[in-house]
Design a protein around this ligand. Structure first.
Ligand code: UDP
Length: 193
């Protein structure tokens, strides 16, 4: 993966389209990978929180989710060509998932928002195997982990905000064994409309 190192964070040089192609390869390769879409605030968080910093170092890819990162890349030696956001990549990914028969679980946002997002996505991707759960689970967490394990998604999209979503993915990556896990911030609210 070609990267540019910005303050110790290896940002991917891939465009939105290249990123989705890379994700397809990751899903096909049979591992379990964590993707981070990072804006400047996320970089600051990672630089001030050792646990988060380590999670960033272990991620399969950190995408430049902010024009500030794109600008900064020039001063760190290699130019990023465009922002790569959850909002732009995931529609392409869901299209691929629908075609490939890959299942998707969306975790996060309010109960209403998660349900509305599921309803809207099912209209947009009628052949996609899709499930979800809201992101305010409290002591329901074991049940949700069980729900995800039973569903066996190829792709887990976690929208709990930064850094919660990254900590969640890192914590449960091993027991969930989902091929591709992506922190997507507020995307579920966007899909809910
Ligand atoms: N959220 C959640 N559970 C929480 C905290 C937040 O599901 O305990 C959701 C919230 O409803 C929203 C998303 O996480 O849908 C955070 O979106 P935001 O745009 O603030 O995240 P960012 O992109 O800034 O990381």
């Amino acid at each position: 993966l070609p990267t540019v190192n910005i303050l110790g964070i290896p940002f991917s040089l891939y465009t939105t389209k290249e990123t989705v192609s890379y994700w397809k390869l990751l899903i096909q390769s049979g591992g379990s990978e964590h993707i981070i879409t990072a804006n400047p605030e996320a970089v600051m968080m990672a630089l001030t929180d050792e646990r988060l910093y380590k999670i960033f170092q272990r991620a399969a890819q950190i995408t430049p989710d902010g024009i500030g990162i794109v600008w900064a890349s020039k001063y760190y030696g290699r130019s990023i060509s465009e922002r790569v956001t959850g909002a732009d990549t995931t529609p392409l990914l869901l299209k691929e998932a629908e075609q490939e028969g890959w299942s998707v679980f969306i975790l996060g946002a309010s109960p209403e928002s998660n349900q509305k997002a599921l309803d809207n996505l099912k209209i947009q991707y009628p052949n996609l195997r899709l499930a979800g759960h809201h992101g305010y689970f409290g002591d329901q967490l074991p049940l949700i982990l069980e729900q995800i394990r039973t569903f066996r998604p190829h792709i887990l999209l976690v929208g709990l905000g930064m850094p919660k979503q990254e900590l969640f993915i890192a914590e449960y990556q091993e027991q969930l064994q989902v091929p591709l896990m992506i922190g997507i911030g507020g995307c579920i609210d966007i899909w809910a409309g």
